[in-house]
Design a protein. Structure first.
Length: 267
């Protein structure tokens, strides 16, 4: 397989009408510039819708989104050749990537559909009619016996239902992750501001609750001490009557005095 030079591409296009609306000014080095034209579709979580483009009309591809595009030129690849496609470097360095594949089959006839992805954090602006793609041609060692089945395949600039379904819905892209992180950071910032604004009130409330709990615990403890002291005290003495009884003196018998004998003089 040999890649064609600028002169060989020009000669092939003039002899076999490989590129419609051929313009020698768009033949750069060993590749031909292809322009944006027709319709485009952007990926969306709300569903993908086709948008018609007019010559010179601008459109944009948001960060992390996929776009389906058509070339203005119809390309007819001979059976003994193969095409290779890419995006111009001026757009690549801005973050626009080709994700649709890199070759055009022998026998293909029609516009080329591109799938491009904006891998940058910035919106990329494009314009209908702007040269965006590059086409290289290479010579096969012999003609393919299984060229693209339909000589007019893809001649219409219409997206199939499979094309639309492939880019429908939210994309798991780095930009989507960055947006999610920014959303989390914003929520954390609001929480921090709320904490600063109402933090003193929260601290005061916590202190009041702790004080109330401590007071309740102290009250219960004092009650338990009082009940314990009541159970351990000695029983009170029995009541004393108002008037005490007067004790009765014991009965002492009178002393016995002996009588003197008769005729005995008293002492």
């Amino acid at each position: 397989m040999t890649f064609l030079s600028r002169q060989s591409i020009k000669k092939l296009c003039e002899e076999h009408n490989v590129i419609s609306d051929y313009d020698d000014k768009r033949l750069k080095h060993s590749a031909y510039e292809l322009r944006i034209h027709g319709k485009y579709v952007l990926s969306s979580k709300n569903g993908s819708n086709e948008q018609d483009l007019k010559e010179g009309q601008s459109f944009k591809i948001p960060p992390g989104q996929i776009a389906l595009l058509f070339t203005a030129e119809k390309v007819h690849i001979p059976a003994d050749h193969i095409g290779f496609i890419s995006i111009k470097f001026s757009q690549k360095r801005r973050g626009l990537l080709n994700i649709s594949g890199f070759h055009v089959d022998p026998g293909w006839h029609g516009p080329i559909q591109f799938s491009v992805y904006n891998a940058s954090p910035q919106t990329i602006h494009l314009r209908c009619g702007e040269p965006l793609f590059m086409l290289w041609l290479a010579k096969l060692d012999e003609a393919s016996n299984t060229p693209y089945p339909s000589p007019e395949g893809g001649s219409n600039q219409n997206f199939s239902s499979e094309d639309l379904l492939a880019i429908d819905g939210s994309l798991a892209s780095p930009q989507a992750l960055l947006d999610a992180l920014k959303s989390v950071e914003e929520r954390l910032r609001k929480v921090e501001e709320s904490h600063k604004r109402y933090g003193w009130l929260a601290r005061r409330t916590v202190l009041m609750v702790i004080g109330a709990i401590c007071g309740a615990i102290g009250t219960v403890a004092i009650g338990m001490i009082v009940r314990t002291s009541d159970h351990s005290a000695p029983p009170p003495p029995p009541p004393i009557s108002a008037v005490a009884p007067v004790p009765t003196p014991p009965q002492v018998p009178p002393p016995i005095i002996p009588r003197p004998a008769q005729g005995t003089p008293p002492p």
